[in-house]
Design a protein around this ligand. Sequence first.
Ligand code: CTP
Ligand code: CA
Length: 223
Amino acid sequence: EADLESKLPLKGKKILITAGPTYEAIDPVRFIGNHSSGKMGFDIANAAADLGASVVLVSGPTHFKAKNTSIKVVSVVSAQEMYDACHLYFDDVDVAVAAAAVADYKPKVVASQKIKKAADEFSIELEKTKDILLSLGNTKKNQYLIGFALETENEIENAKLKIQKKNLDLIVLNSLQDEGAGFKKETNKITFIDKNFKIEPMELKSKELVAADILNKVISHFS
Ligand code: CTP
Ligand code: CA
């Protein structure tokens, strides 16, 4: 049994993971989105399931399929749908990892018909989406809550502010500064910052290995 435990260190743990972009509708044929592929979240979900965790993966539009068939994939499109799906599962989980690139703004009104080309200039009024991670942080009980941060300036300071504001246990700071890291890339350069502001820069590595590093933090938390 000790052997099984060492191979499946997350057995009995439930993990909620968000992945991918969100699409915010403008009209029936257009949306506001971003270049997130969903790979980071899918890699975390696969690694967690391989370590024995029971995984719910709430994903925005992506071409990825979960490799580990035990993963429950909940496909959503908009930030609002992702928010609703996350709150359906959050109460019941031990860990949540917010790896999704959620749109910060959405069109205030969605046109019911395709918008016709007319004036030379055209603008769309936007309003904030719900901050999913913020609301998970506000409602968390014992859940170990991990967020991501994408910053291009004052990285560490901004990431620390996100830890506090969103009531996180750990943040994964993504450095876009490195050529090999980030959206649409196979690799990531991350820095861990925990709630006590302990800073741990990691080497540039594949997203699979970054996923393993993140799950090692989860395993340490429970051991
Ligand atoms: N996030 C979320 N819901 C949102 C926006 C962000 O759950 N509506 C989560 C992301 O999944 C990520 C974390 O919050 O784990 C930080 O996202 P990021 O875009 O870096 O920060 P924001 O809080 O959106 O602030 P800003 O974009 O202004 O830096
Ligand atoms: Ca954002």
